[in-house]
Design a protein around this ligand. Sequence first.
Ligand code: ADP
Length: 348
Amino acid sequence: MPLRIIRNDITKMKVDAIVNAAKSSLLGGGGVDGAIHEAAGPGLLEECRALGGCETGGAKITGAYNLPCKHVIHTVGPVYRDGKHGEPELLGSCYRESLRLAKEAGCESVAFPLISSGVYGYPKAEALRIAVDTIGEFLAENDMTVYIVIFDKTAYRIGEKLYSDIEAYIDDKYVDEHSDGIAERRRRMLFARRDEIEEDGICACPPPMLGSAPAAKPMAAPMAANISLEDAVGQIDESFSEMLLRKIDESGMTDAQVYKKANIDRKLFSKIRSAKNYKPSKPTALAFAIALELSLDETKDLLMKAGFALSHSSKSDIIIEYFISHGNYNIFEINEALFAFDQSLLGA
Ligand code: ADP
């Protein structure tokens, strides 16, 4: 089930449990801890007093008092020194232990802040990487919706190198499509119109007199002129869900492996599975292409079945193309990057 990265104040989250980045005394502090106690009211501190603190990497659960969630899970993140004092293991343990308690309490949805990334000084890109990887491992085995709640944009950083690589890729592709001179644009429009007409099979116009212009796209197999409408409709291609199910079979993965890898929840997958003509949203269709590790061309084919295209006029499409062309099919990493560039995320 899915992992979502969202921007919000965690005290506003209407989920089964929110996680608090607490101090080991569990007696409140600044940052997210202070905000949670303030919104929950004094009852939370009373209950925390009785818990006798918590070790770093551990977690304890309480009620939520005036908060809109049902439980608060208090976990103590490591203070970052240099990364060589067990910090990654301890931070991973915070997420694992919190999720274990949430599962025990029957929670279906949990929201985390980016633990240790504030006063405790964990570098944000690394803190996020550990959060995403640890939650991802848990979700591969468990059904739950997990949110990573980012409070402010500056609290959020993907790795600098990845960020600048993607930025360069966007520059390259995006500029390509947006820096055309007027003449070039006009030429493209002429050709685009010609393609449209030819694909409709109505008219083969003479090519415009433009010496260096590229050849028009080859036509799709034309439909016989004397075919009845009924027969024509009968020739309809494989649908999106048919292609998806075929690709899943060919991949050797189980349905569950694919929808989890796609960050799609089980209910939506069942809908797609049972409705031959289901029309998914573009993020859903793309999420399946990523889960199935399709090449760029195969991705375009699958998208086309749902009536979509990959376009260099869209930043998010270029970011996804970047990951596919680099053979990186980790949907959580792709979503991290989409989030960093203010784009909507993949999955349901
Ligand atoms: P730590 O001591 O574990 O570093 P902090 O509370 O200082 O904990 O910060 C952890 C993260 O929580 C930071 O990235 C900070 O931006 C974020 N944060 C602070 N307030 C909120 C809030 N109300 N909702 C969600 N995240 C928050």
